[in-house]
Design a protein around this ligand. Structure first.
Ligand SMILES: [Zn+2]
Length: 420
């Protein structure tokens, strides 16, 4: 299957159309969803799913979560239910309005002129991933916005697979659930996905770069806030009395191990990372994030921070230092490992599509990290985009075609299994 498949035109047309819809989310917004414009794509997808004959198509008009189902085609109505979860929003890191996607056919391995007027060029010298797609057709930006292939390349693949399955009831499938969620890029963690309505007992997110990659392992993640209280008096008569909260913040920063920062770690090494620091004599506040794949090591990191706060209190007095820790998400692996068929089926499907499955311990979290711990085990399959969150984002059309094939293979594998 190395020529263009029958899915080529479908995934191309879909990504070009979805990319033009501005669905940027907003981390500063307190509303749900964070931006109303995400409904524009949700309604478009709802109408498309209805037209292709999907069942139980329903858009939650409060939360902006879209649901649909494909019923089993087995004569006994059986097969194991499987779901696919993709996100509709695009990242706030680059402009998301006025996206003008275009297709470069047969990429020759050279520099790509994205925008003639502004002389914006994408060079393989800066983005070497381009060289893995020589000869392929690429969907690109005009260099002034992101593309939104994250995650619309995945939506294009899921929609095309759903359409194909509905048009071909002779193809094997058990019950298939689809969900399209808002606000992934701003830490939404699919919080408003109603698992009862979704229906499937296991699912895959499709997100992430590089075709053929998958993730069943993410960080454990917390946010910690250290509040420091000083005692301000006139500096001329301060000896033995004044406590400077800003100095306490400095003492705390000096306690953090310098070799355990994002800039000094990789692979499965965890870290502490200061995300904000404010302070004066009266009070100071340090906010940091804690990350580690390993649960025990992660808990030791949280304990270490508590120990730092206790040490500051010991040095400077009760009430000078107070630490609060908030859970962000947990490594999905401890949940996924209890359901080994999820990764087995996924890697079989990737291989059946002619690719070598590849996996890394993901140094971040996915919606699936949270969903897995809510009871929906949910590994991640790459969506196949490249250079996400920026103006040099692009999507090889073949990567979307391959993902359609992987989804169809997955559905067949689940159809052959017994219900849970
Ligand atoms: Zn994404």
């Amino acid at each position: 299957m190395d020529g263009k498949t029958s899915f080529y035109e479908k995934v191309k047309e879909r990504l070009l159309r979805y990319a033009r819809v501005d669905t940027q989310s907003d981390p500063a917004s307190g509303s749900v969803p964070t931006t109303r414009r995400q409904f524009d794509l949700a309604r478009m997808l709802r109408d498309e799913l209805t037209a292709m004959g999907a069942a139980d198509v329903w858009l939650d008009e409060d939360k902006c979560v879209l649901y649909a189902r494909l019923p089993s085609v087995r004569p006994d109505g059986g097969g194991r239910a499987v779901g696919f979860v993709t996100h509709m929003d695009t990242a706030p890191d680059a402009p998301g309005a006025g996206v003008r996607p275009w297709v470069l056919e047969g990429y020759d391995g050279g520099d790509i002129l994205l925008n003639r007027e502004q002389n914006i060029v994408m060079r393989p010298a800066e983005f070497p991933s381009l060289l893995t797609y020589v000869g392929q057709d690429l969907i690109l930006t005009d260099g002034t916005t992101l593309l939104g292939g994250d995650d619309k390349a995945a939506i294009a693949a899921v929609m095309t697979a759903a359409e194909h399955l509905l048009a071909h009831p002779e193809l094997p499938r058990g019950p298939v659930s689809l969900a399209f969620t808002p606000d992934e890029e701003v830490g939404g963690l699919a919080r408003d996905l109603d698992l009862a309505r979704f229906g499937a007992g296991a699912a895959y997110t499709l997100d992430g770069d590089h075709l053929g990659f998958y993730e069943d392992e993410t960080f454990n993640a917390s946010r910690a806030v250290l509040t420091l209280r000083g005692r301000s008096v006139h500096t001329g008569t301060a000896k033995g009395i004044l406590i400077n909260a800003a100095d306490l913040a400095g003492e705390f920063l000096a306690m953090l191990p310098p070799e355990e920062k994002p800039q000094t770690t990789e692979g499965r090494e965890g870290f502490y990372h200061v995300v904000s620091l404010q302070g004066a004599c009266e009070s100071a506040r340090v906010e940091l994030i804690v990350r580690d794949h390993d649960r025990a090591r992660f808990e030791r990191r949280e304990a270490f921070l508590r120990g730092c706060a206790a040490e500051l209190r010991r040095r400077h007095g009760e009430n000078t230092a107070e630490l609060a820790i908030f859970e962000t998400y947990r490594n999905m692996k401890e949940v996924i490992d209890r359901h080994p068929y999820l990764v087995e089926n996924l890697t079989r499907a990737i291989r059946a599509a002619g690719l070598e499955p590849r996996s890394l311990a993901f140094r971040g979290g996915t919606d699936g990290s949270a969903l897995s711990h809510r009871g929906l085990p949910c590994p991640n399959l790459s969506a196949g985009y490249e250079n996400a969150h920026g103006r040099f984002e692009y999507v090889p059309i073949r990567s979307m075609e391959k993902n359609v094939e992987i989804l169809l293979r997955l559905c067949a594998l689940f159809a052959a299994m017994d219900p849970v």
